[in-house]
Design a protein around this ligand. Structure first.
Ligand code: ADE
Length: 426
């Protein structure tokens, strides 16, 4: 680990010597991120973030590197920390420090104490804008740094879990600044949550275990956008998918999408593989572990490592053994074993590389434009959750289509008149 070694640039990354590999991989990711590239080029000319301090708390990946570089091009004084102890790509962290002069505090496998210390370092930067993924920085600011609230222009939130936390802060009357809801932009969740999580979750499971998905009974817990994508891609690989849900509407949707739906207690003895994507706590509990098949594989692709009750499993286990990287076997007193991937942390970033660049291109375009919107509207927005403006969302989609070389129709004058009138009917 190198700590604060580069002149005048504070950082905490695994090894600066990894920078050339990071550079190569960041360049590769850029091939699939044309929308963010256009935004970065405009930022470089217009400098919307001159004099603005930004903290980005994100998964430190090749895609996040492009966001950080775009913010820097726009004049931001920014610092990047990890939004999860297991998701950092150490080569990317090294490259951002060594080649781009961006302070990064993130090491793959960092313990909770280090993770929380990095959150404090980020707040010491006295941010005006916080880009959060899961709302840990905002929650810490609100709890522990009230004297800094007046510095804040606003926050942008990347993920469903963070939006749920921000809503709870609003309900408790403790959120005193505007928050851009990046997660709910159409060009974010339709693609990132569905196709991104769908592909990268399966990618993580396969890289960790090398198991064949075809013929495996697979439980997907949660049928939000991430669950839909995960179930769809698991079926595509030949898995026999069962969905568990608590929401009756999502449950019907899963049934009509052709999946079996049942409670976890019924699914637990049937499945070979379990994937949680609910955003809630202890979705898989001791009573489920007890009835699972010998060797059942359990993993999580939701934001926090709370969906699987690993504490209870650990307390019961007579032995916990590393059997492959990111793969641990828990031996139970019954003689059966349960295999846990990525310590219950999001498997797509722990064992694979997270969502592919092509979807993060749109997610991070929303982040970049959300930050710009906050700056342009400094002092004008009441505390609350704000959608990314529909025109911005559509512009991102138009740019993406353009970059993909796909053209679409436009309304004729007759069609415009028709959809704006109520007079003609049957
Ligand atoms: N969240 C999920 N995948 C990601 C990625 N590749 N980069 C940053 N954040 C992510």
């Amino acid at each position: 680990m190198t700590a604060t070694a580069a002149p005048q640039l504070k950082h905490e990354v695994k090894d600066l010597a990894l920078a050339p590999l990071g550079n190569q991989r960041i360049e590769w990711a850029g091939r699939e991120m044309p929308v963010l590239k256009q935004i970065r080029d405009r930022f470089a000319k217009e400098k919307p973030f001159e004099g603005i301090r930004i903290v980005a708390c994100c998964h430190v990946t090749t895609e996040t590197a492009h966001l950080a570089i775009a913010l820097k091009a726009g004049g931001a004084d920014s610092i990047l920390i990890a939004s999860n102890p297991l998701s950092t790509q150490d080569d990317v962290a090294a490259c951002l420090v060594a080649d781009y002069g961006i302070p990064v505090f993130a090491i793959k496998g960092e313990d909770s104490e280090t993770y929380n210390r990095h959150v404090q370092i980020a707040l010491d930067h006295r941010p005006n804008i916080i880009i959060d993924d899961g709302s840990d920085v905002v929650a810490t600011l609100v709890k522990e740094r009230k004297e800094q609230l007046s510095d804040i222009i606003g926050t942008t939130e990347e993920t469903t879990t963070g939006i749920v936390r921000l809503r709870a802060m609003l309900n408790d009357g403790v959120l005193s600044f505007p928050a851009m809801n990046v997660n709910d932009a159409d060009t974010k969740h339709f693609f990132d949550n569905r196709y991104g999580t769908g592909q990268s979750t399966l990618d993580g499971i396969i890289r960790a275990t090398n198991v064949l998905l075809a013929g495996k009974t697979t439980v997907v817990a949660g049928y939000g956008w991430c669950g839909k994508g995960t179930a769809m891609r698991a079926r595509g690989l030949g898995a026999n998918v069962i969905v568990t849900e608590i929401d009756p509407i999502k449950a019907i949707e899963a049934v009509m999408d052709g999946f079996r739906v049942m409670p976890m207690a019924e699914a637990a003895p049937l499945a070979d593989l379990f994937i949680t994507v609910t955003g809630n706590k202890h979705v898989i509990r001791p009573e489920h572990f007890e009835v699972m098949k010998d060797g059942a594989i359990v993993c999580n692709s939701g934001h926090f490592d709370i969906e699987i009750d690993l504490k209870s499993l650990g307390a019961k286990a007579s032995e916990v053994k590393d059997v492959r990287p990111f793969t641990q076997q828990y031996k139970l007193p019954s003689g059966k074993s349960v295999v846990v991937l990525g310590e219950g942390r999001l498997i797509n970033l722990a064992a694979a590389e997270g969502h592919p660049s092509a979807v993060m291109d749109m997610s991070f375009a929303n982040q970049a434009l959300g930050c710009e919107y906050l700056v342009k509207n400094t002092g004008k927005l009441e505390p609350g959750l704000y959608s990314i403006p529909a025109e911005v969302d559509k512009d991102i989609a138009r740019l993406k289509l353009q970059a993909m070389g796909i053209q679409i129709d436009t309304l004729t004058a007759e069609q415009v008149e028709y959809i704006n009138s109520w007079t003609s009917g049957t």
